[in-house]
Design a protein around this ligand. Structure first.
Ligand code: GDP
Length: 590
């Protein structure tokens, strides 16, 4: 049976068995579907809403959050940590410390703030201080613990999210009061909102004479983070990491927000959590920082983390002190795993080494099929995915050459909004498409649109791996036309540009027959005489069309490979300059 677009209401988290019942499918079938989507769950475990929504969509259902109306996105109320505890008896749940991650623009003071918070703790009576960096630490405020993940930056945060794990309960967004909302601030907001994690703003560097708190609050309000003093839902706490001012206020704010989230776990329940970081130490073997999210991890436990497993030989806390066990929200450095797991991998305690091996073998097998079957979220697929449902959502991430081109693009996209279709620009920023954009797109099932920009090599590779579609445009109406067609389901599985090679123009010379010719070196792939070319100067596209000539050492050639030099002429185009980048592509049926 296919859902044919039928809507089903789903809670923030649901046990696999119940989900199967809801859509009248066999639980085994559902577990397999989850696996192909990279989620390992047993029949009694639960999955979060986002995961459930993706899986039920594959059966033709459309998932709607149960209580979205009361759930303003900015306060983030679908706590994904619930998935960790959904199988637990509610009577056994106890409050656990909130887990906090710090995001923000470079140089706004993330590292300084993490250090200031850590030192406040030392001043409060820790002898010896915290000398170890295990990727997370805890502080005490009014007798309550708070766990901080101390690898700042959204790379770590997004990596976890893209893997379906949810490391943090709360995001502290650091914004420098003298600099205001910057590109990475907006990126961090987009990440936190997409993950539905509440944001507290730490308005840093208020000691600076150039600090302008009101201006920053105004900018935050423009990002839909309305400061609470203005009647909004976002706490904005003035701090100075440098002078260690406002730290207590920030910790208080974290506890207040934590209280609205009901962060709980069963210390006696199934042991499960997330790998924060891991490395191979020459003398001690694999050391992994594990953040316990439910249950109590003990020395001697057999753990499976991603595709690593092993019996834990030693545990130490963030101060480097040996401990025998670690309860919910506690980070511990653990020794004894066979391999180095990845940051963001979930871990769990299993009954025996034998069971651990079976799980790992299954995961390796599932990972193989996953890479084979990973479905690309493309503009063409999008419509067919949601064709018959009433409520549709298309998430877009837009990158453009300059900030000035973003506004017209967004207003054009806004015009395409239709009642029954939710067209959402998750994030729009000036600059080339980088890995971070791809990670955000992957984690939020968005399509990446570039306007007069290129995608970095690393971003293209990642997009390929993650199954993210990148669409590049030079003309606004072509972009809006495509989006409009997608919204109407009219986008033909069109011919796509497939890049087969890149070259750089090193010098320019005149060849009487061909006019100007670019002396190039092929830097990637190959150039083909009968393929098409684009010539970029920086981010500007200066030529697009056929190749007029392709020569290698005065000989006409059909193709030329990476590493070789060649001469390239362009039909009817002579304005070539050294340093220009040449992209060679063929048109293929998508
Ligand atoms: P990150 O890139 O966000 O981790 O930023 P850092 O923590 O490395 O800080 C960037 C710079 O800002 C450093 O030179 C810090 O000394 C400075 N800084 C950080 N916090 C403050 C603050 O509260 N006041 C002042 N005046 N400078 C600060």
């Amino acid at each position: 049976m296919s859902g044919n677009g039928m809507k089903i209401e789903l809670p923030a988290s649901i046990v696999v068995r119940e989900l199967a019942q809801k859509i009248e499918k066999s639980p085994i079938d559902l577990i397999k579907k989850l696996m192909t989507n990279g989620v390992m769950a047993t029949i009694n475990q639960s999955v979060d809403f986002d995961t459930a929504a993706i899986v039920v969509a594959e059966y033709g259902f459309e998932a709607i959050p149960e209580a979205l109306e009361e759930a303003p996105v900015e306060t983030g109320v679908v706590p994904l940590w619930r998935q960790m505890i959904a199988g637990e008896d509610a009577a056994l749940l106890k409050a656990r410390p909130p887990v906090v991650t710090i995001l923000g623009h470079v140089d706004h003071g993330k590292t300084s703030l993490l250090d200031a918070i850590r030192q406040t703790e030392v001043a409060a009576g820790e002898t010896g201080g915290i000398t170890q960096h295990i990727g997370a630490y805890q502080v005490e405020q009014k007798g309550r613990l708070i766990t901080f993940l101390d690898t700042p930056g959204h790379a770590a945060f997004t990596q976890m999210r893209a893997r379906g794990a949810q490391g943090a309960d709360i995001v502290v967004l650091v914004v420098a009061a003298d600099d205001g909302v910057m590109p990475q601030t907006r990126e961090a907001i987009a990440h936190a909102k997409a993950a539905r994690v509440p944001i507290i703003v730490a308005l840093n560097k208020i000691d600076k004479p150039t600090a302008n708190a009101d201006r920053v609050k105004q900018q935050l309000a423009e990002q839909e983070l309305i400061p609470d003093e203005w009647g909004g839902g976002t706490m904005v706490i003035p701090v100075s990491a440098k002078q260690k001012q406002g730290i207590d206020d920030l910790l208080e704010a974290i506890l207040l927000v934590a209280d609205t989230l009901e962060i709980k776990a069963n210390p006696a329940g199934k042991v499960i959590g997330t790998v924060i970081e891991a490395e191979l130490d020459k003398s001690r073997g694999v050391i992994a920082t594990l953040l316990v999210q439910n249950g109590t991890l003990q020395m001697g436990d057999v753990v499976v983390a991603g595709i690593a497993h092993g019996k834990l030989r030693a545990l130490s806390d963030y101060k480097g002190k040996a401990v025998k066990k670690a309860g919910p929200s506690t980070p511990v450095a653990a020794m004894g795993l066979s391999d180095v797991p990845s940051a963001g991998d979930l871990f769990e305690v299993v009954a025996s080494d034998k069971e651990a091996r079976v799980i790992v073998a299954e995961r390796i097998e599932a990972a193989k099929t996953q890479t084979q079957s990973k479905k690309k979220m493309s503009l063409e697929d999008w419509f067919s995915n949601v064709k018959s449902s009433e409520m549709k959502e298309l998430n877009l991430i837009v990158k453009a050459d300059v900030q000035g081109s973003l506004d017209p693009i967004i207003s054009e996209l806004d015009k395409l909004k239709q009642d029954e279709i939710n067209l959402k620009v998750l994030y729009a920023e000036a600059g080339n498409i980088g890995e971070n954009d791809v990670m955000l797109a992957s984690a939020s099932h968005a399509i990446l649109i570039g306007f007069n920009v290129q995608a970095d090599v690393s971003a293209r590779r990642l997009a390929e791996k993650e199954g993210v579609e990148i669409r590049l445009y030079e003309i606004i109406y072509r972009m809006t036309e495509d989006v409009e067609k997608a919204l109407k389901g009219m986008l033909e599985p069109d011919v796509k540009e497939k890049i087969i090679g890149r070259a750089q123009a090193l010098r320019v010379f005149s060849a009487s027959k061909f006019g100007k010719v670019a002396g190039c070196r092929v830097t990637e792939g190959e150039l083909r005489r009968n393929a098409k070319v684009k010539l970029y100067r920086g981010a500007d596209l200066v030529y697009e069309g056929d190749m007029g000539s392709l020569r290698h050492e005065k000989e006409d050639v059909k193709e030329i490979k990476q590493g070789y030099e060649c001469g390239v002429g362009f039909k009817g185009f002579n304005d070539i300059q050294p340093g220009d980048q040449l992209v060679c592509y063929v048109l293929e049926e998508a």
